[in-house]
Design a protein around this ligand. Structure first.
Ligand code: PMP
Length: 447
């Protein structure tokens, strides 16, 4: 058995975070270590910023015992479908009256309704694949499907910043996992080449399967995957490609068809397309879209299809209605206008944040905008100062990010008005000064 690094054995770990640790037990020592550091462990500071409870739909938030109306910049409600909608809501209510809230049965037993089948054929067509399968939870989609398609003797190459659900799936699969530098196709190629040689040496034959796993938009970075370059490497080495579009489906591309549409990549080049319905579609659950053979195989073997209750029919109906609206099947261009509004709002806000001097990560058209705080000690202050001024945003720190790259994360929606966003900017400008979030390269030089 491999021994723990000396630092971890002594009860503390170095600050540098090794991403491969996410896939091993060593990560637990790091988490333990972080929560025991005096800077992070003041319990009041964490209680103050975590698990705040929205009380009334998407806008007002109830926070640490007091209620205050806040502008919600923390929700993934990118297209505004999570609030009542004149097209979706009546259809959702009709489905609830007809089929009830839950089927109380798994898909393979009595949990499949015509709405589930309609949803799966719509999703497959929307993302450009032959077939799709849906699950009741986005997180579980990754953590169930990855172990169903790779196992012992296989190799997973995972982007350093992949989501925890991918980490859980990869760990549960029993495959060998290697991490490549975030969004770096050259490093992927280097790791792939070295691993293929190693695989041949180890077993005198190559890995059973090699699976490269990336995301469309990285949720902590707001960055869009360099898909064309990753596809080229995967093709060159005959690796399978798994793309998690949780944040990009509905949000990227003029038709909302995700990162393939935005980057001009043929969906046929992606072997397994995964996505969630909890962001752009304002519902819940996740999907896998792939060739019919893969989906039929998953239908037979994926435990979440057999042993978990199917997605609530009204939730499925919400997605069907949102998809139909996005595709213009309601006879209006309201869906297309929502996507255009999301891009316009995101780009306007990103430009203005940079102009006021914030250090912002991410790409144009991405609705996710991390504003860097760097030091974990600023997390609670930034969150509280914004909240006091009527703006609720998400703050993120270790272990979701490396220790010294804490950030406040803004998520933009098509439902935000320009006045909402101007108000938010004003608050962020003020709070940036107070909480020293601003990046002053010239001041730093003079020091
Ligand atoms: N994949 C990614 C990239 C995510 O960011 C998330 C959650 N935000 C999930 C999967 C899990 O999705 P859900 O919240 O729908 O369970």
């Amino acid at each position: 058995r491999k021994r723990l690094p000396k630092a971890a054995r002594k009860g503390y770990a170095p600050i540098r975070q090794d991403y491969e640790d996410f896939y091993t037990r060593r990560m637990f020592y790091r988490i333990h270590d972080c929560w025991n550091r005096p800077i992070c462990s003041a319990p009041d500071a964490w209680v103050d910023v975590m698990e705040r409870t929205p009380v009334d739909g998407q806008k007002p938030l109830k926070l640490t015992g007091a209620t205050r109306r806040c502008l919600n910049l923390g929700s993934y409600n990118y297209l505004g479908f999570a609030a009542a909608d004149e097209y979706c809501t009546p259809r959702v209510l009709a489905t609830m009256r007809e089929l009830g809230w839950s089927m109380c049965s798994s898909r393979i037993d009595a949990g499949t309704t015509p709405v589930h089948l309609e949803l799966e054929s719509l999703v497959a067509e929307f993302v450009g694949k032959q077939a799709a399968l849906t699950f009741g939870m986005g997180f579980a989609t990754n953590s169930i499907v990855i172990p169903a398609i790779v196992g012992r003797g296989c190799l997973i190459l995972s982007d350093a910043l992949n989501h925890a659900s991918i980490v859980a799936g990869a760990r549960g699969s029993g495959a060998k996992v290697k991490v490549f530098a975030h969004n770096d196709a050259d490093h992927l190629e280097a790791v792939l080449r070295a691993s293929i040689a190693e695989g041949q040496l180890r077993t005198r034959r190559p890995w059973r399967k090699v699976l490269v796993v990336v995301e469309g938009i990285y949720s902590m970075e707001g960055e869009i995957v360099d898909l064309a370059a990753i596809v080229a490497v995967a093709k060159k080495y005959k690796a399978y490609l798994y793309l998690d579009e949780a944040h990009s489906i509905g949000a990227l591309g003029t038709g909302g068809r995700g990162v393939c549409e935005a980057c001009g990549v043929d969906p046929a080049d992606i072997d397994v397309m995964m996505g969630t319905f909890t962001k752009s579609f304002g519902s819940c659950g996740g999907y896998i879209a792939a060739d019919r053979g893969v989906i039929d195989y998953l239908r037979r073997v994926a435990p979440g299809h057999h042993y978990a209750t199917s997605m609530a029919p009204p939730a499925a109906q919400q997605i069907v209605s949102a998809l139909r609206l996005i595709r213009g099947e309601d006879g209006s261009d309201r869906g297309a206008r929502k996507i255009a509004a999301l891009h316009a709002n995101s780009n306007w806000f990103r430009r203005r944040l940079v102009e006021i001097g914030c250090n912002v990560l991410g790409d144009w058209n991405s609705p996710v905008m991390p504003v860097m705080l760097f030091q974990p000690g600023k997390i609670a202050a930034a969150s509280r100062l914004c909240w006091e001024r009527g703006v609720a945003l998400v703050v993120v720190g270790f272990p979701a990010t490396p220790l010294m790259t804490a950030r406040a994360r803004v998520c933009i929606s098509a439902a935000h008005t320009r006045e909402d966003l101007e108000h938010a900017l004003q608050v962020l400008d003020e709070v940036s000064e107070l909480a020293l979030l601003k990046y002053h390269p010239r001041k730093a030089l003079h020091l």
